[in-house]
Design a binder for this molecule. Sequence first.
Ligand code: SAH
Ligand code: DHB
Ligand code: MG
Length: 242
Amino acid sequence: MKSKPTTKTDRSSKKTSSELPLDRWTAVDHYLTDLLVPADAALDAALRACVEAGLPAIQVSPPQGKLLHLLAKIQGARTILEIGTLGGYSTIWLARALPAGGRLITLEVDLKHAEVARANFTRARLDGLIELRLGRGLDTLPRLAAEGCGPFDFIFIDADKAAIPEYFEWSLKLSRVGSVIIADNVVRNGALIDEASADPSIQGVRRFHEMLAREPRVSATTLQTVGGKGYDGLTIALVRTV
Ligand code: SAH
Ligand code: DHB
Ligand code: MG
C-alpha cells in the first residue's frame, strides 16, 4: 500500500541508485521522526541549547531517544542511571518514562556539558527528579555504590567507549534481578569486528562483548542500527542474577 505523503519530509520520490547509504538512512530517520516522534518543546529547546553552546551533535537520534523511553516504560523503571549526559537529550527522554516519585542520576565529566544539561532539565521542569553528578564516571560510580544508591532498574551506558567494560561491571554492582542495562555505540561502523584495531573505543566495545559472552548474570543481545548518525549499534542486557 502506498503511504500517505507527509508534509515535512516526503522523500518517497527520491532516487536510490546514486544515493549514499547515509543519505537514505538520514531521510528514513526524518520520515520516522515526522510520523512517530512528535515535536516536543522541551526536547527541541534542549537540542537548540546544545547547538548554541557548541556541543558535539552526538546525542541519540529522536527515534532512539523514544526507544530508550519506551524500554524504560516497558520495564516499569522507577530508578534510572545514565553514564554520559552531554546536553541531557537522552536524559530527558528517560526521565519522562519515570512514574511519580521516580529518580534519575546522570554522570558527566565535562563541566560545560553539565551546565547545558542542567539548564535543559530546568527548562523541561525535570530538575526535581534528575540529579547530575559531575566527574569521571569511574570515580562517581564507586561513590554511588558506597552511598548505597541503587539498585537501579534501568541503566544507560553512553560515555567514553573505551571504558564500557568497566561501566558494565559497575552497572552490574548497581543492579537487581530484572534490571535492564543498555550500552550505546557498540558497533562503531562495523569496526567492532576489527580484532587488530588500536582504537581504544573499538577495544572497549570488543572487550565488552567478550565479557557478555562469558557473563552468566546477564542475558544480552546487540542490534546493529543505521540512521542519521551512521552505522552503529546498541546492546540490551537483562540482569538474571546478581
Ligand atoms: N547520552 C547523551 C550523549 C552522551 S555523549 C545523549 O544521547 O543525549 C558522551 C558524553 O560522555 C559526553 O558528554 C562526554 O563528555 C561524556 N564523558 C566522556 N567521558 C566521560 C567520563 N569518563 N565520565 C563521564 N562522562 C564522560
Ligand atoms: C560518540 C559518543 C556517543 O555517545 C555517540 O552516540 C556517538 C559518538 C563519540 O564520542 O564519538
Ligand atoms: Mg551514544
